[in-house]
Design a protein around this ligand. Sequence first.
Ligand SMILES: Cc1cc2nc3c(=O)[nH]c(=O)nc-3n(C[C@H](O)[C@H](O)[C@H](O)COP(=O)(O)OP(=O)(O)OC[C@H]3O[C@@H](n4cnc5c(N)ncnc54)[C@H](O)[C@@H]3O)c2cc1C
Length: 397
Amino acid sequence: MAKNLPVLIAGGGIGGLAAALVLAQDGYPVTVLEQASAFGEIGAGIQLGPNIFRMFDYLGLTEVINRVAFFPDGLALNDVRTGEKVVRVPLGDVARATYGFPYGVIYRADLHQAFLDACRKQPHVTLRTDARVESFQQCADSVTVALAGGDTLEGRALIGADGMWSGIREAVVNDGKPRVSGHIAYRAVLKRDDVPTHLWSNDVVLWGGEKTHLVHYPLRRGELFNLVAVFHSNKYDEGWNSFGDTAELTERFAGACPPVKELLSKIETWKMWVLCDREPVQNWTDRRVTLVGDAAHPMLQYLAQGAGQAIEDAVVLREALRFCRGDMAKAFQKYQKARYLRTGRVQLTARFYGDIYHASGVQRELRNQMFQSGTESAGFAGLKWMYDGIEPSKLFQ
Ligand SMILES: Cc1cc2nc3c(=O)[nH]c(=O)nc-3n(C[C@H](O)[C@H](O)[C@H](O)COP(=O)(O)OP(=O)(O)OC[C@H]3O[C@@H](n4cnc5c(N)ncnc54)[C@H](O)[C@@H]3O)c2cc1C
């Protein structure tokens, strides 16, 4: 009987929809339960490393993503105070030749929409909004979920894709609240015409300095321009997506070079995120319940991999289910075993890169020396393990 029940997925963000898609593609009925009144994503940019394009290829999404993505010419690190170039790594054909796949950037809403459209085409996916998962209980061969408002639903398994503040994680891992990093991100998107020509760049440019950085890159085939300003602050509230305080931003970037100040001045309203992560864990599964994406391994954004790792999770989950011939509990164990070291490495390395971007004094000098030594791409050679990605067909043999 349990075999006819749907797999329940709590959360319809990028992680939840990616999991729904892979399961439905293999014929599993899936119900996605999203607490919001509509499926959607915030308007901001997202970087997608070659490891994620490898996953798009595997999922059959390359064409649709390519239609809306932007493919930057390079990744540049400049000093936020002096404006000096520290390093520039060419992307484009170089990324394709090195990793087999491109490095792209995309409007988050477009990425989310690509997964939503793909899910809607699957006859086995049911998408429910206004469906907040409050709690769950499991027995030998099923899981029962209680929704806010009183509804209950039975599934053959439950996947918690409910993000950084996951309630499913609380029940499964029980490791308290996420770690507040003290770093704040302000995000905004400009139209191309609102960016002065001398400030436009086809690169992903990061202006790094003491406890601050600004990243910008074009979006949506170059029609938009994404800005993310990050700084250390002790002023924050829990949560995310509230409005930023322009006065604090101006104060934090007071010592920045003129192009950075000019770019910041183009934005009237910023959206603010309090950046959090967690210590990596080995176990985020309890029998028929597992986690994907930020619920499983929330990370700081310094390697631009959170959504990408959620997409990799979904692909590995599918491979594990194929290998275990649909035995959910067994497959969830295999999936987590195949994931926790890679995602843990991304979580920890992201913290380290945050320190590198925000370096000052001796640390800054060493950083510049390291990035400027050797070949042009030496600074990012240390991330080859990440960008090479995973080969799904070789995971379980
Ligand atoms: C400033 C910043 C920049 C970033 N840049 C990048 C980048 O360049 N590249 C990259 O790959 N990643 C980036 N990330 C990380 C990325 O945004 C996240 O890792 C990714 O969105 C995680 O997706 P998710 O589906 O796991 O979680 P979420 O996107 O948080 O989705 C969770 C969903 O679950 C729903 N939900 C929550 N609780 C419940 C419940 N109880 N019941 C039902 N539904 C529920 C929520 O409403 C939401 O829709 C960045 C993050 C930040 C903050």
